[in-house]
Ligand binder design. Sequence first.
Ligand SMILES: C[S@@+](CC[C@H](N)C(=O)[O-])C[C@H]1O[C@@H](n2cnc3c(N)ncnc32)[C@H](O)[C@@H]1O
Length: 285
Amino acid sequence: MKPVHDTHHATLFSGNCVEVMASLPSGSVDAIITDPPYAEINREYGRLSEPDWHELMRAVVGQVRRVLKPSGSAVFILQPNSEHVGRMRPWLFEFMAWTSREWNLVQDVWWWNVSTPPTGSCQRKNGLMRPSVKACVWLGAPTCYRNQDAVLWTPSEAMARVKHANRALRVSPSGLSVRAGRIADTVAERGGVTPYNLLPIPNSNSVSSGGAKGHGAATPEVLCDWWVRYITRQGDIILDPFFGSGTVGAAALKAGRSVVGIEQHAPYVEIARQTLVSAEANHGG
Ligand SMILES: C[S@@+](CC[C@H](N)C(=O)[O-])C[C@H]1O[C@@H](n2cnc3c(N)ncnc32)[C@H](O)[C@@H]1O
């Protein structure tokens, strides 16, 4: 299959990702980071029923497992949705269940979109909470590559205060004792704190974002960058089978990785190509 863009660090294919992935060699990519379409949502690129969505994702996961290197892992960013107020759709939870059983869920990780606007379901008369988390379904071998040091969080002011003020032994409600001063010392020595599995990242529409470029469902680059740094090394190859405007590609190239993108909707293929050209111009592709 002939790519529409092919340089030293970036390859872009136009087409259905299942068919394109079938043409890639086995064990040829280090990681998959992707934000697939969600079930039962109307988009410019169509609407998938829950059964059709599972059929697509079974084929996608099959190819993803084949093209991944044994030390690699895959992250699928997916947002739960509702059939109507007070009734969630099961497709995401079913996906997490079958991929955990048939492959392996490395850890449950959630993206907390701290800037999500209120929806109808949380109007006062409906009384629900504001939906604000998406699952980052992280699949791979239990020992798959990851680098916690690359994604440490900046110590909060509270943590810094603890360092000076609280060196007493603290006992948590579970009875576990923790010497807070020792934790703070580790933070100083490592240059940051161990991140939680809830990533608070606003879905902001910066000038460089896919949304600003005309893609209605783009992923925040900060989230893509976090996964790029966490599960890949410099020089690794990252595949995104649902490339959209190419945000994963921009994050990969900025961090010194290579990228293979696949997108089937022609207008987005062109946006993605431009994303790659400008990222390569700015980051020495
Ligand atoms: C949620 S968007 C991805 C957004 C992307 N991460 C970005 O930041 O722009 C999902 C994308 O998958 C594409 N898509 C849907 N089904 C596909 C398929 N079978 N093969 C390839 N691309 C597909 C859609 O056209 C859409 O652009």
